[in-house]
Design a protein around this ligand. Structure first.
Ligand code: PLP
Length: 391
């Protein structure tokens, strides 16, 4: 008997349910058409919305920073790990998001978890959408605040939770801007109204909205015209921006506080300068090359229409994330495997990432998919969906 045998039992249970999956390995760049597990596939699985992972301007800036500033920082931000290029990126992000200041974290995950856990404490209350990202949930747990969850996008239920909280209690109202598994949007204007009425701090996780929604990809706060009404805006540099990292944009007092209290900022080494340089180049691209966002939305409309015409249930998606609802977890995995054998890489998502009985194939198109690639994927999806009785 080994002390880790219980882990093996858990893994076996996943295998028995048909939910165990080995990691897929890319043998080429992260692109719309790439090589995964030695198979050439149309890639519908990445968050590389604008195709920036391989954009020449980003590569060039990364290379230049590598040569000029080295490969790493060797320190956390608060000791010797703040380089001028980190500060430049933060100033640029604040200007881009139209906020007083911004702070960059190692990832979107640490931005959410580090922020929620540090700005709230055990006497406070967090009112959170049921489908908010895991990093928000972990941050909420670490904060030791009471966590009250409202059904997905249900503003009336959120109001009832706030009404049930004693007056004078500090509250945080929090939602994803774009929900990562369903592709629908948080009801920002109504939630901002609620936050103002109850004196709550309003926070939005815009991981999937940066580079996708709003003017030049400024996110859902810009898309809904609620600038100045959301005190804490989180974004990621790991998805449409094409590199790695997360950030918080907001009032200076918030950012100054996070510098001193957010644990990932205090206790984990900062980004290599090449990452900061890449992100700076990405913001240049967002501002100067609007064609990528236009193409992303063209492709999104084309692909969604194709899925719907084939008879798939695509849920309530309003973004380039389009789920294909399947229901049963094992069926979603079989569907995904068969797609892969036929040259389409689209992952099956099951419990616990989504609720039991709501398994799905999750698809994301990017700006750099060609029409031929998308049509090929649609044909394979329809053929496989019919074979498996999904449509
Ligand atoms: C909604 C949401 N928030 C935060 C994150 C974390 O971002 P990152 O990958 O930069 O850690 C993700 C995805 O990974 C996400 O989907």
């Amino acid at each position: 008997m080994g002390v880790l045998d219980y882990l093996d039992a858990e893994l076996q249970s996943l295998r028995d349910q048909g939910l165990y999956r080995p990691l897929r390995v890319l043998h080429d760049e992260q692109r719309a058409h790439t090589v995964v597990d030695h198979r050439s596939v149309v890639n519908l699985s990445s968050n590389n919305y604008l195709g920036l992972t391989t954009h020449p301007r980003l590569r060039e800036r990364a290379r230049e920073a590598l040569d000029r500033l080295g490969v790493g920082t060797g320190s956390v931000r608060t000791i010797a790990g703040t380089m001028a290029i980190h500060v430049e990126l933060e100033e640029r992000l604040a200007a881009f998001k139209k906020t007083e200041a911004a702070v960059v974290f190692q990832s979107g995950f640490t931005a959410n978890a580090g922020t929620v856990s540090s700005i709230l404490g055990k006497d406070d209350v967090i009112v959170s959408d049921a489908l908010n990202h895991a990093s928000i949930i972990d941050g909420a747990r670490l904060s030791r605040a009471a966590i009250k969850v409202f059904p997905h996008r249900d503003v009336t239920a959120a109001r009832a939770l706030l009404e049930g909280t004693p007056r004078g209690t500090r509250t945080l109202l929090i939602t994803d801007g774009v929900f990562s598994m369903d592709g629908d949007l948080g009801p920002l204007p109504a939630l901002c109204d609620l936050a103002e009425e109850f004196g709550s701090i309003m926070m939005v996780d815009d991981a999937h909205a940066s580079g996708v929604f709003g003017t030049n990809g400024r996110g859902t706060v810009d898309h809904f015209g609620v600038h100045g009404r959301v005190q804490v805006q989180v974004g990621t540099l790991s998805k449409a921006i094409g590199a790695l990292g997360g950030y918080v944009a907001g009032p200076r007092v918030l950012i100054e506080f996070l510098h001193r209290r957010a644990r990932p900022f205090l206790f984990s080494t900062s980004h290599p300068p090449s990452v900061a340089a890449t992100c700076l180049a990405a913001i240049d691209v967002l501002e100067q090359e609007p064609q990528w966002m236009a193409q992303l939305w063209d492709n999104t409309r084309f692909f969604k229409a194709g899925l719907q015409a084939a008879g798939f249930d695509t849920g309530l998606s309003e973004s380039p994330i389009t789920p294909i609802m399947v229901g049963d977890g094992a069926l979603a995995m079989t569907f995904s495997d068969r797609l892969f054998e036929r040259g389409v890489f689209a992952l099956g998502i099951g419990f616990p990432t989504v609720p039991q009985g709501k398994a799905r194939i999750r698809t994301i198109v990017t700006a750099t998919h060609t029409r031929d690639e998308l049509q090929f994927a649609l044909d394979v999806l329809a053929k496989t969906g019919r074979e498996l009785g999904v449509i």
